[in-house]
Design a binder for this molecule. Structure first.
Ligand SMILES: Nc1nc2c(ncn2[C@@H]2O[C@H](COP(=O)(O)OP(=O)(O)OP(=O)(O)O)[C@@H](O)[C@H]2O)c(=O)[nH]1
Ligand SMILES: [Mg+2]
Length: 479
């Protein structure tokens, strides 16, 4: 994965140090002229004349198998101009992407060329540039996407994952925006009333706490979690000697950040890492597996998906389609097979085939007499017998739009099947953002990702501090 680390180095350095655009960073390590064994014969390799200020590194050559557009004699000038633009631009992925996508309306030669150009400007080795472009191209064909609007966010997402840029400011504010959009109704009801309460109340007296508790209940925190949160805030106020209502916002933010602070987990050391997806029907288990598998693939991992939801043939087919789309191996048996056997065989195969991550999809409801929890227990037993430590992660998927139900589901699955982490889906469609607080507080489980829509890139790492700020109508940290 030399490409990833090389590029990360460039990005990291340019960010923290003096904010140098990519081509500048590259020019320091410019390869010998004519580098790139994969260069197609007769292709218009351009940088015969050096650009001003030695700005155009190998970035100006044309990648193998990505034909140049018509009018190729202009290539070097165009590349030169592009390089200059990149150098002058703000060093953010979205800005760079904006520049290379200028004048590109749809998938085609110009896009492949520009993409390869950007990657090479970031010092990516030729074969990995080619892989990235080929992979993306194949994916567009499978998805039948043609126009830039259809795939722009996916492209940025892939670049961010490949370059390990997700925590960068740019990415964070994108996530923040999405969460804020998703939570806009909650915020109207909640943040505004909080504002009023904080502004109008002088002292932190009983009347204040009662009103705050009511607000929490309205934001769908639920009765008990609301009481608990108020108690925690009272305690924090005592500790920090806060007595005025106008300081309560800071108290609440700090408390929420603490509630969302998840303990760090030791990741699995013995591949394949086995991830078991559980949850009631319709919450988004299968889609979330596809999204996680996609992320893992983008990070260069070998992925397998197993269909241990064997009740409907349609469910198996749905999963198979996803597996094909994201480029994961797939293991299934005909509908009606024993789910635990499918899981068993899948681990066996995953070990033999050197898989890095195995996702096991399960049914959300059983149409037989078998109890869902018994079935899950059986799957877990089989997995751990076959592969030590498996399932390494048992992820409970919760649909945020179901509000309080999420709490009882968590309790049930935790007791009966074991849960290591939570993923909250459909946050884009809910006014019930408060449920995340309740679940995290009552069950002390980390929320690792949130689903913000149906597209592949709509699964985002959960950032508790940002989420708390979005919920309270505050700008994202760093804005
Ligand atoms: N808006 C939105 N829809 C989502 C999200 N996650 C999943 N969905 C949709 O929710 C529906 C159900 O998703 P599935 O992945 O099939 O749910 P499941 O838990 O596997 O369902 P069963 O297999 O029937 O138990 C699908 O239409 C998904 O596209 C999300 O984050 N936002
Ligand atoms: Mg499913």
């Amino acid at each position: 994965m030399g490409f990833f680390s090389a590029v990360k180095k460039i990005f990291g350095g340019s960010r923290q140090d003096e904010v140098a655009p990519p081509s500048e960073a590259v020019s320091a390590q410019e390869p010998e002229a004519g580098a790139g064994p994969a260069e197609p014969e007769g292709a218009p390799v351009s940088p015969a004349k050096p650009a001003p200020e030695a700005a155009v590194p190998r970035a100006a050559s044309v990648p193998a198998e990505t034909p140049a557009p018509a009018g190729t004699s202009d290539i070097s000038e165009e590349d030169e101009a592009l390089t200059l633009r990149l150098r002058e631009a703000e060093p953010r992925l979205s800005v760079w992407l904006g520049i290379i996508l200028e004048g590109v309306d749809s998938a085609g030669d110009l896009l492949w060329q520009r993409l390869a150009f950007l990657l090479r400007a970031l010092d990516a080795p030729q074969d990995e540039v080619q892989n990235f472009v080929d992979d993306f191209r194949a994916w567009l064909e499978r998805m039948e996407y043609r126009h830039v609007e259809e795939f722009r966010s996916e492209l940025q997402y892939r670049l961010a994952l490949a370059l390990d840029l997700e925590d960068e400011e740019d990415e964070r504010s994108r996530l923040f925006l999405k969460i804020s959009e998703g939570l806009s109704r909650t915020r109207e009801q909640f943040a505004r009333r909080l504002d009023t309460l904080f502004a109008d109340h002088g002292e932190l007296d009983d009347a204040f706490w009662e009103e705050l508790e009511e607000l929490f209940i309205m934001a769908d925190l639920g009765y008990e979690p609301s009481l608990e949160l108020v108690e925690r805030l009272k305690e924090r106020a005592r500790r920090e000697k806060v007595t005025r209502a106008e300081q309560a916002r800071e108290l609440l933010l700090a408390e929420l950040e603490e509630i969302f602070r998840a303990p760090r987990r030791i990741s699995a050391v013995n591949p394949p890492e086995v991830v078991l997806m559980i949850g009631v029907n319709g919450v988004g288990k299968t889609t979330t597996i596809a999204k996680l598998a996609h992320r893992a693939r983008m990070q260069g991992k070998k992925v397998m998906i197993a269909a241990a939801d064997t009740f409907r043939a349609a469910a198996i087919e749905q999963l198979q389609v996803w597996a094909e789309r994201v480029g994961a191996l797939f293991h299934a048996r005909p509908a009606g097979s024993d789910p635990a056997s499918v899981a068993f065989e899948a681990v066996d195969r995953a070990v033999k085939e050197g898989v890095d991550v195995l996702f096991v999809d399960t049914a959300g409801r059983l149409q037989t007499k078998v109890n869902l929890m018994e079935e899950l227990t059986k799957i877990r037993q089989v997995l751990s017998k076959k592969h030590s430590g498996a399932p390494h992660r048992s992820i409970l998927v919760l649909d945020a739009t179901t509000g309080q139900n999420a709490l009882s589901q968590t309790k049930l699955f935790k007791e009966a099947a074991g849960v290591d982490e939570l993923i909250l889906t459909k946050l884009d469609g809910t006014a019930k953002g408060g449920v995340a607080i309740a679940v995290a507080m009552q069950h002390h489980l980390p929320i690792t990702f949130v689903g913000l829509g149906e597209k592949m890139e709509d699964l985002r790492p959960f950032n508790g501090a940002d989420y708390a700020r979005a919920l309270l109508g505050e700008p994202a940290a760093g804005d």
